[in-house]
Design a binder for this molecule. Structure first.
Ligand code: ADP
Length: 396
């Protein structure tokens, strides 16, 4: 079965065509600057990656370029559109409507639309992508796989904020959590690795990318997660501040003469390790380089990031009354040994012992703790597209 995975943003559309039998990527690519001028990148698995300028006034044109490239005589990977058996859409917010992936129907579209309030930057874009695909492939079944769904198993004590209860009832203000597809994929992969049923495990997954979150997964179910009502909460990230005292918002607005939007812009785009390093970079490659060259703010940013990850791990050990495995994933988790070792240095009380040699590995599945380490530490690269393809096939 060939599944086309679509991850749609307001001006971008990422895609992968996955053969679900071999779980291999046949082709992937990216449409950028949709509605502006349009740039198209296409990379067939056995061919050459190409980037070209293409007019893309809307997502409809973008999806047309995707389909034309996939079926192109020279660089295509399938003969015709008939060979696309299903489309899996990444949808950011499923609110309380969706606790798992679902096939897309008119009612599902309506519910996704109702969640647009909760994710105004993402859900409308996801809907545009779904509609563009429906237009281009009217008879192909489509699924929606939600970033929030995996965390719907959290108990009320974990998802309720201590604000008047009526605001939860009236506006659904609560913790939702994100990166669910990644946390779920990685924890399942770990259970396979350990040859242990997922329902007998206590795992903490640290998804550390540009956006970052930590999740406590008990018996295969999310019981607590660091992101909240929005992805701004929890860890300090690349450019997001993470959880801070909310009173700062008003104080900063007054001092800098900003409106709410202006302050939120700072907290979303100029904070995190970028902010801590005094604007140097949100990328850990730059931060480590600068730190090695003696830049104290870069060093502080790295250490604060690791401290925060360890802080959440500590919380989640308490929440689950124990932990068997800690997993690092995503750009930083998979590729930065220095972050993993610094986080684990805070966790020695758990009986964690890192294997220094194994911890040097990057981007591959590996156990990085020593055989006598009481808690096992793993690196498991995430693969959200494959997870969406699997969910889609399961639904069909
Ligand atoms: P996103 O949230 O955008 O999906 P990723 O999971 O791709 O983010 O992570 C991107 C981040 O991972 C980069 O900003 C960088 O800090 C870090 N990163 C990725 N690869 C490396 C590497 N080889 N060395 C150091 N840092 C890396």
């Amino acid at each position: 079965m060939n599944v086309l995975i679509i991850n749609c943003g307001s001006s971008s559309l990422k895609f992968q065509l996955i053969d679900s039998k071999t779980e291999s990527v046949l082709a992937k690519g990216l449409c950028e600057r949709i509605g502006i001028d349009g740039q198209f990148t296409y990379a067939p698995a056995n061919g050459i990656k190409e980037t070209s300028q293409k007019p893309m006034p809307t997502h409809d044109e973008a999806i047309q370029y995707v389909l034309a490239s996939l079926t192109d005589k020279k660089n295509g990977v399938i003969e015709s559109l008939e060979e696309i058996d299903a489309v899996g859409h990444r949808v950011v917010h499923g609110g309380e409507y969706f606790s798992k992936a679902t096939l897309i129907t008119d009612e599902v579209m309506e519910a996704i639309d109702k969640c647009s309030d909760l994710a105004p930057l993402h859900n409308p874009a996801n809907l545009i992508g779904i509609r563009a695909c429906q237009k281009a492939m009217p008879n192909v079944p489509m699924s929606a796989v939600f970033d929030t769904a995996f965390h719907q198993t959290m108990p009320p004590k974990a998802y309720l904020y201590a604000i008047p209860y009526k605001y939860y009832e009236k506006y659904k203000i609560r913790k939702y959590g994100f990166h669910g597809t990644s946390h779920s994929y990685v924890s399942q992969r770990l259970a396979e690795y350990m040859q242990r049923p997922a329902d007998k495990t206590k795992t903490i997954v640290c998804h550390l990318g540009n956006g970052a979150s930590v999740t406590a997964i008990e018996n295969g179910r999310s019981v607590a997660t660091s992101m909240g009502f929005t992805p701004l909460a929890g860890l300090a990230m690349g450019t997001r501040c993470g959880s801070i005292d909310v009173a700062i918002v008003e104080y900063l607005a007054n001092k800098e003469n900003l409106d709410l939007e202006g302050v939120l812009d700072i907290l979303n785009k100029e904070s995190g390790v970028l902010g801590l390093s005094d604007g140097l970079s949100s990328d850990f490659r730059d931060l480590f380089e600068a730190s090695k060259a003696g830049n104290k703010k870069a060093e502080q940013a790295i250490e604060a990031f690791c401290y925060n990850v360890a802080r959440y791990v500590g919380q989640y050990v308490a929440v689950m009354n124990g932990v068997d495995s800690i997993v690092f994933t995503a750009g930083i988790g998979e590729n930065v040994p220095g972050v993993r070792s610094r986080v684990c240095a805070y966790l020695e009380y758990l009986g964690i012992n890192l294997n220094i040699t194994e911890n040097r590995r990057r981007g591959e599945e590996c156990l990085i703790s020593t055989p006598d380490s009481k808690v096992k530490v793993w690196v498991i690269p995430t693969n959200e597209e494959l997870a969406i393809a699997r969910e889609t096939v399961a639904l069909l």
